[in-house]
Unconditional design. Structure first.
Ligand SMILES: [Zn+2]
Ligand SMILES: [Zn+2]
Length: 346
């Protein structure tokens, strides 16, 4: 099933406008607030697809027809929203966004296409070293806003810390200096709650790549709703909560270790024997986080530009054109030569 938002005034396809936080019609400039769409959701059409969700699993290779132009679309693996390849209409594949695969929350984009293009040009140093194709208008147009699947974990833990500590007191007694050492065996238990532990759930982007874009500010999470996806790519998770839970727990063990290091204080010396972490309660939520993305194949290698759609943090390495680098160095040495030459004349 495909959901899209034809403009009530002119019928053109509406997309979500990041700066306005509303659906916007590029044709007649009509706008609709999300709150009114949510109320009217039954009047919007979802049509033209085959059901692909069985028991929370997505079947690959499902075919959909664009409700705007009728064009046939073969979906990519876990795709949940995209633009029609023929007419550019936003398409939201609602049957892949049901049950467990419906995100509980989403971080809406704060930075729009203009912001992303500006950051991309700056990142390429305005094309000084990058090959021509990379900074071409055509490539910049390929920049797309994507929602990436994440799992957010929350744990209630009991952390037991065992330590030995001493208190040393030095004082004079007659002709003697006395050193008095008190020894303590310390056992402490803490109830610690760890919130918003994020784990990337997409195979398309490696966890390390996404980690460079973090942190995301999860205080700004909004309840998920379909209109947020109008005009953006998104995909469902490749890894479910069960698969990622052990990695989330590893993160918590590390945080608990850091906590244990500083937990016992107020003594002359502290030696930590160790700590144990017991997980007493676990909760998880499937969410979408926003990035701007473009990849580029240059001399057989894929280069990626990725920008956090919330705070503008950037990851990736731009390709450098050897020809352009050589010209730049030649330019520098010529300048140096001239300066030296004038210097020696004076
Ligand atoms: Zn319109
Ligand atoms: Zn179309």
């Amino acid at each position: 099933m495909i959901l899209h938002y034809p403009c009530p005034n002119c019928g053109a396809e509406m997309t979500y406008d990041i700066k306005k936080g509303k659906l916007h019609c590029g044709h007649c400039s009509g706008e609709i607030a999300l709150s009114s769409i949510i109320q009217q959701s039954t009047s919007w059409t979802a049509e033209g697809g085959t059901s692909t969700e069985i028991d929370g699993k997505i079947l690959a290779g499902a075919e959909y027809h664009c409700p705007n132009c009728g064009g046939l679309m073969i979906t990519k693996d876990k795709e949940t929203s995209t633009m029609c390849a023929y007419c550019g209409a936003p398409m939201i594949l609602t049957d892949r966004l049901t049950g467990k695969r419906r995100p509980a929350k989403l971080l809406p984009f704060q930075l729009d296409r203009q912001d992303a293009e500006k950051a991309f040009r700056k990142w390429c140093r305005n094309g000084r070293f990058a090959p021509k194709g990379f900074t071409s208008a055509e490539n910049i147009q390929r920049l797309k806003g994507m929602y990436i699947p994440y799992w957010l974990f929350q744990f209630d833990t009991r952390v037991d810390i065992s330590a030995q500590a001493t208190n040393v007191r030095i004082f004079r007694q007659g002709d003697y200096q006395v050193t008095e050492t008190e020894f303590y065996d310390i056992q402490r238990a803490y109830k610690l709650q760890y919130k918003d532990i994020p784990l990337g759930a997409s195979r398309q982007l490696e966890d390390g790549e996404m980690a460079k874009l973090e942190p995301f500010n999860f205080n700004e999470l909004k309840t998920f709703d379909m209109p947020y996806l109008a005009g953006f790519d998104s995909s469902s998770y490749d890894f479910d909560d069960g698969e990622l839970s052990p990695s989330a727990k590893d993160k918590v063990r590390k945080y608990a270790g850091d906590y244990a290091q500083g937990a016992v204080s107020g003594y002359s010396t502290v030696h930590l024997n160790g700590h144990t972490v017991n997980f007493e309660r676990e909760e998880e939520a499937f969410i979408f986080v926003p990035i701007w993305f473009v990849d580029y194949n240059y001399h057989g290698k894929v280069y990626k530009f990725m920008m956090n759609g919330q705070n503008g943090r950037i990851a990736g390495t731009p390709p450098t054109s050897r020809g352009k680098m050589a010209v730049w160095w030649a330019g520098i040495s010529a300048v140096l030569f001239i300066i030296t030459f004038i210097g020696s004349m004076i």
